[in-house]
Write a new protein. Structure first.
Lengths: 614, 73
């Protein structure tokens, strides 16, 4: 609690004590009234002063003014205890709101504690502690275990493990050594390293993420826009309704003025739209905060709202559903064993760093004795010729073998593969494929459970591969052999049939990302293009984050709707009841403060860390 | 140019909205955004105007929230 909040709390407690003592123990009417007035003055002095100031600065429809009018009206009607009670409870509500907002702010700031408070820079051989903003590009910083990396850079000296969980939500530490790129916001957990900075703070990963989250309120959701508009109209409307309630029945039907004035005062008590105005943005912000803790950056509450209504999700295949790296899927050997075929191919490819070569060497997995290899010749675009243990090996495309007049019964049309000849005859072929991510199938099933009706896969790959992956992961539809512009067209068609999200790697997919309703970019740590193009950025490579984001959006919207319905329902209920004659001011203020407390507590559920579980 | 501030002592979201509206009306302010939850204010204006605008922002803020304060970050 801040000093101001504590001061208000004491005032409220003393006022409440005065009211209780006066109501229960004091029998003398004069003493009773003076005690109530004292309680009223104590709790209401600030509000009354502020109301007077606001009347002079022409801010007429302010809640403080309306509360002042309501309680002064009660005093005029000689309802001293009600005036004191309303003011005390109103102050209690304000205090609660202020404490709750402070708590939420703190927990959100906690979630976003990515920025290092200081960094140790090495200048002229001396270690100096400065703020991250004071370091320029190209300087060397020292990061000891337990410290956050202040700026993006490359490790110059040392070797350590880094915790990137606050950036990507990934719990496994990353092992980084000399020459590796380190992102700001990672925490060094093992041994000291020296890092040469690659950017200034303003351009670092952390600054970009923080900026993104802080400015996310710029993309406001429909609900928030509605609340803002509504709150501007609500208070004046209630004021005029109260005025009409006080005057019309008396003037037109000759009814008792004091009865209807009482009813009008009840209107004023529920005139503040605070419960709505505070709880709706709080829910959205809590959701954005909880997601960012898990490495999912949502650029605005607008996207949460749209995502909650999404029915179709389209995935890019390579690098999104699949790993984007090749692995051996089939070895077919003629005349020699499969192990032997893999061995000679790995040896032949050992001087290449082509992704296919690397994946074959990885599959082989044993040490390569380079002295066994001689006369390596690379035939551009076709493959490699080498002598292994004195025998000639050809490894590459089918054309390479045909060129050497070797016939091979190749069964890998439309699939990536390597044909091998050994000792001048066909030895076999190795087929490679891009493997589906481990959790792809369950992630897509989770999307179905979260209410996504249609899962579509788009790929530039051939039909055969596309169908195979579609079947494996359980997507509803797959479209193959699409050029980038075809993907855009396809997505526009899908959009006509329902709100559509697209998931891509964010680098090649920028045009698609920008034309869908919600664009997800995956594996985007360090990629500006992806952060720029997408609405929701998934920092790590985890597909399950998409299902969680959908579930989170639905939960958020549910809480927002509950709060809107609850607050408006109770307020209108109180007004209707008061016209019907249940004009109890205690009940009205209880209802108003109570609803605000419930709505804020409901919204604060979004802050809990469990909301976005992995 | 764009400047960013930390604002303090705004407890009520309605008040934040009112203050934002008032700031947008200040002469020379091209755009203004008050983030109630993060307690940050982003103002875009010509560099030469900022010292005057800052004073007016505080004045506008205090009309709605007595203890309104502004700190550049």
């Amino acid at each position: 609690m801040t000093k101001r909040q504590r001061k208000n709390l004491y005032k409220i407690l003393i006022s409440a004590a005065l009211i209780l003592v006066s109501a229960i123990f004091v029998k003398n009417e004069c003493v009773q009234i003076s005690l109530f007035c004292a309680a009223y003055a104590l709790s209401g002095f600030d509000v009354l002063c502020s109301a007077v100031r606001k009347i002079f600065s022409k801010q007429l429809f302010d809640e403080e003014i309306l509360m002042s009018v309501a309680t002064v009206g009660a005093l005029i009607l000689q309802e001293f205890s009600e005036a004191a009670m309303v003011m005390t409870l109103y102050q209690l509500g304000e205090l609660f709101q202020s404490v709750a907002v402070g708590k939420s702010r703190r927990s959100i700031k906690e979630l976003m504690k990515l920025k290092a408070d200081f960094a140790t820079v090495i200048r002229d051989g001396r270690e100096i502690r400065v703020t991250p903003e004071e370091i320029s590009k190209g300087e060397t910083i020292l990061v000891i275990p337990g410290e956050k990396v202040a700026l993006d850079g490359i490790i110059e000296e040392g070797y350590s493990f880094f915790d990137s969980s606050s950036l990507t939500g990934e719990s496994l530490p990353r092992e980084l050594k000399k020459g590796d790129y380190v992102f700001s916001g990672m925490i060094n957990i093992q041994s000291p390293v020296k890092i040469k900075t690659e950017s200034v703070y303003r351009e670092s990963t952390v600054a970009k993420i923080l900026n993104l989250v802080e400015t996310s309120s710029a993309y406001k959701s429909q609900s928030e826009k509605f609340i803002t508009k509504f709150s501007r109209k609500y208070t004046p409307c209630v004021f005029f309704a109260a005025l009409a309630t006080a005057i019309v029945p008396t003037l037109l039907f000759g009814q008792s003025f004091s009865v209807w004035l009482r009813r009008a005062l009840v209107f004023l008590i529920v005139s503040c739209p605070c419960a709505l105005v505070i709880s709706v943005p709080l829910s959205f912000f809590g959701a954005i905060g909880a997601a960012s803790k898990k490495g999912v950056l949502i650029k605005g509450s607008e996207h949460i709202e749209t995502l909650s209504k999404t029915t179709t999700i389209a995935f890019d295949k390579t690098g999104t559903v699949t790993k984007g790296e090749f692995s051996v899927s089939k070895i077919c050997a003629f005349g020699i064993s499969e192990e032997k075929l893999l061995e000679i191919t790995a040896y032949a490819e050992s001087f290449s760093n082509h992704p296919i070569a690397l994946s074959i060497i990885k599959e082989y997995g044993k040490e390569i004795h380079k002295e066994r290899i001689k006369n390596v010749i690379t035939i551009p675009g076709k493959g490699i010729s080498a002598e292994i243990d004195g025998k000639r090996v050809l490894a590459g495309s089918r054309q390479l073998l045909i060129d050497n007049e070797i016939h091979i019964p190749y069964k890998g049309e439309g699939v990536t593969g390597v044909c091998v000849a050994y000792d001048n005859s066909a030895a076999g072929f190795i087929l490679l494929e891009d493997k589906v991510k481990e959790n792809a199938t369950e992630s897509l099933q989770a999307l179905k459970k979260a209410g996504i009706k249609r899962i579509v896969m788009l790929t530039g790959d051939n039909e055969e591969t596309a169908l195979k992956v579609q079947k494996e992961v359980g997507a509803d539809e797959a479209y193959a052999e699409l050029l980038p512009q075809d993907k855009v067209e396809k997505v526009l068609l899908l959009k006509k049939e329902g709100i559509t999200a697209f998931v891509g790697d964010g680098i090649n997919d920028a045009p698609v990302l920008s034309c869908v309703d919600v664009g997800f970019a995956m594996g985007a740590l360090g990629s500006d293009a992806a952060v720029e193009a997408a609405d929701i950025v998934i920092m790590n490579d985890n597909l399950s984050a998409i299902g969680q984001a959908v579930a989170l959006s639905k939960k958020t919207m549910k809480i927002v709707r509950q709060n809107i319905a609850l607050s408006l329902g109770v307020k209108f209920g109180v007004m209707v009841l008061s016209i019907l004659g249940f004009d109890n001011m205690y009940a009205a203020i209880f209802a108003d403060v109570g609803v605000m407390i419930i709505a804020v507590l409901n919204a604060m559920r979004m802050m809990s860390r469990e909301v976005f579980s992995t | 140019m764009i400047k960013k501030y930390e604002v303090s002592e705004i407890d009520c979201a309605v008040c934040a909205g009112k203050i934002e509206d008032a700031i947008k009306k200040i002469d020379g302010v091209k755009s203004a955004q008050l983030n109630f939850i993060m307690q940050t204010l982003t103002v875009e204006a010509e560099e030469a105007d900022f010292s005057r605008i800052e004073k007016e922002i505080v004045k506008a803020g205090r009309k709605t929230e007595r203890d309104f304060e502004l700190r550049e970050i």
